[in-house]
Design a protein around this ligand. Sequence first.
Ligand SMILES: Nc1ncnc2c1ncn2[C@@H]1O[C@H](COP(=O)(O)OP(=O)(O)OP(=O)(O)O)[C@@H](O)[C@H]1O
Ligand SMILES: [Mg+2]
Length: 263
Amino acid sequence: MKTRVITTDRVKLGIKGLDPLIGGGVSRGSVILLPGCVGSGKTIMSLQFIARGAMDHDERGLFVSFEQHEDRLREQALQFGWDIEKLEALGMVRIMRMSKLTIGQVLADLEKAIHSFKPHRLAIDSFTFMALSAHTRERLVDIDKIPSDELLYGEPKHLNQTTPLEWNSIVVKKMVTDLVLMLQQKGITTILTSEVSKNSDWYSRDTVSEFACDGVLSLKATSIGSETQRTIEVVKMRNTKISGGIYDFEFTPQGMKVLSQNK
Ligand SMILES: Nc1ncnc2c1ncn2[C@@H]1O[C@H](COP(=O)(O)OP(=O)(O)OP(=O)(O)O)[C@@H](O)[C@H]1O
Ligand SMILES: [Mg+2]
C-alpha cells in the first residue's frame, strides 16, 4: 500500500490574514473541508486559493466545478483581479466542469485530469454534490467484498436507481474516505467545499468528511440590518497549533481578507 507523502512544507492558502492563524499555511497535501451556507464565500475562497497559488507560488491549480459554468467562474475571479484565462493559457490553472451523472465517470475524469495536469492544488466545488452522487452506482450487496478500485471506478452501466437507501450513506462514506486518502497520498493540497445549512450540527451532509479531512475551515454569513457579517472559524487543522476563535472577514477588491480580531 502506498504511504502518505510526509512533509513539513507549509502551503500558503493565499487568503490574506488567514495563513498566520494556521502556522503560516497548511501542510502540503492536506485536504481541507470548507463548509458554509449559501453565499458564505466558498466558491470565492476556493478560486482565490487556486489563483494565488498559481500567481504567487508557481503552483498548478485544478478547479473542479459541479455547479457554476467555467465562464461564470472566470468572470467572478476577474472581479478580484485574478485573470484565470491568462493563467489557463500559461498552463497554471485548469477549470473543469463536471456534468456527468455517475460517480464512476466523475472519479475517472478527475483521475485523468490529475494524471495529465499534475496539479499541486485542487478545489472541488461542491464536494457535497460529488459525495451525494456516490450512490449512483450498481446495487451493492456486501460492500466489504468489493475492492476499493471497483467501488471508486464503477462503470456508467452500473447506474442503478435501486440501490437500497440504507446502502447509500455507507457507499458515500467509503467514497469520501477513499478519495481523501488518495489525494493525501498524492500530496495534492485540496479544498473541498461543503454545503451546509446555517444551524447544522455537521460540517458536511455525508457526516464523514470532517473526520476524514485534515482541516475544517467553517464560513458563515449573517445578515445584520442591511449589512452582512462574514466569519471564518478554524475548526480543525492537523499538525498545526491553531489560534482558536472566530474571525471576521470581508471581500476587498483583491479578494477575501481575514481581519485580525478574535471573538
Ligand atoms: N466582487 C465582489 N465584491 C464583494 N463581494 C462579492 C463580490 N462578488 C461576490 N460577492 C459576495 O460574495 C458572496 C459569496 O459568494 P460565493 O459564490 O463565494 O458563495 P458560496 O458560498 O459559494 O455560495 P453558494 O453556496 O451559493 O455556492 C456573494 O453572495 C456576494 O455577496
Ligand atoms: Mg459556490
